[in-house]
Design a protein around this ligand. Structure first.
Ligand code: BDR
Ligand code: CA
Length: 303
């Protein structure tokens, strides 16, 4: 079976880093490029983190390209209180020797999709600014992706506000463009990802991963202490959907993004009864199967 090619647009970010590890560790996936966006922390930090992770994992052959530093129309927000000021909590990786690609992220996304029609699974785990700009540059990319999956939104509640999930709240105008683009978005929302908790028992299993566990997986999964049950690894779930949709139950829905609400800006309004769906919305996760899959994939990583 040929590996599914993934282009990951992200804002590392504790869980973005864990998502990169999954896309690398699962041999049924091939991580072909990483593009960065300002989100959890600013673009300089998310890009530096991606560059350092690339070299730590020996992935120098894949491009890392920097994208949008700010949302389409509004000022940037950050989640540094969750991810630490530099984005990877207390993880310290060696400085990267190689720089980001000279091709900007949006160009890289468009060029990569054009070069391999129907082959690339596009996954976005940060604010959707780069994806909206790529759609603006070439609306035809909607027909070039093998699939398009985001971590973002929810059909119940938010986390950044009662109504809005962080990635959508960070750039609601971009998210509105993305959901209206005419492709089918897989919306892996909080309803799912809040079930993917690195509990004490899961962290004990992570600690058995040796250097990868000590250097990265455990500290990335435990930095944010505010939830006593453990940290949700949101972005990992989006990558898992591409490889293992069998771990999910999903429904078709029409998703709209609220951009103007006084209390609801950034909310994803999910209509499961819509006649014309624009999204696949996973609604249930096999949590045990998810962790077996993720930890087995991490165990395959050779440093
Ligand atoms: C999402 O927001 C970010 O803080 C995480 O990296 C994840 O992509 C969860 O709401
Ligand atoms: Ca993220």
């Amino acid at each position: 079976m040929t590996a599914k090619k993934i282009l990951l647009d992200c804002d590392p970010g504790l869980d973005d880093a864990l998502a990169i590890l999954l896309a690398h560790g699962d041999h049924a996936l091939e991580l072909i490029a990483i593009t960065t966006v300002g989100g959890n922390v600013d673009l300089a930090n998310t890009t530096r983190n991606a560059l350092q992770l690339r070299e730590y994992l020996g992935l120098e052959h894949i491009p890392v390209a920097a994208g949008a530093a700010a949302p389409l129309v509004r000022p940037a927000i950050s989640a540094a209180e969750v991810h630490g000021d530099e984005g990877l909590g207390n993880v310290v990786l060696p400085a990267a020797r190689l720089e980001a690609s000279v091709t900007p992220a949006v160009d890289l996304i468009v060029e990569t999709l054009r070069a391999s029609p129907g082959e690339i699974h596009l996954v976005a785990t940060g604010p959707l600014t780069n994806i909206a700009l790529a759609l603006h540059q070439d609306p035809a990319i909607i027909d070039l992706v093998a699939s398009f999956t985001i971590m973002g939104g929810s059909f119940t509640r938010g986390n950044a506000t009662p109504a809005a999930e962080f990635n959508i709240l960070a750039d609601p105008e971009a998210a509105a463009v993305v959901f209206a683009a005419g492709w089918q978005t897989v919306m892996v929302g909080l309803d799912l990802t809040n079930q993917a908790i690195a509990t004490h028992e899961i962290v004990e299993r992570m600690a058995l991963l040796g250097r990868l566990g000590n250097d990265l997986v455990v500290p990335l999964s435990t930095f944010w202490k505010d939830d006593p049950t453990g940290q949700a690894v949101h972005d990992v779930v989006a990558v898992a959907f591409v490889a293992r949709p069998d771990l999910f139950q999903s429904r078709l829905a029409h998703v709209e993004v609220e951009t103007t609400g006084t209390f609801t800006s950034g909310m994803t309004v999910v209509d499961f009864d819509a006649a014309v769906p624009n999204a696949i919305v996973p609604v249930a996760l096999d949590v045990e199967g998810f962790w077996d899959y993720v930890l087995e994939s991490y165990a395959r990583i050779r440093l």
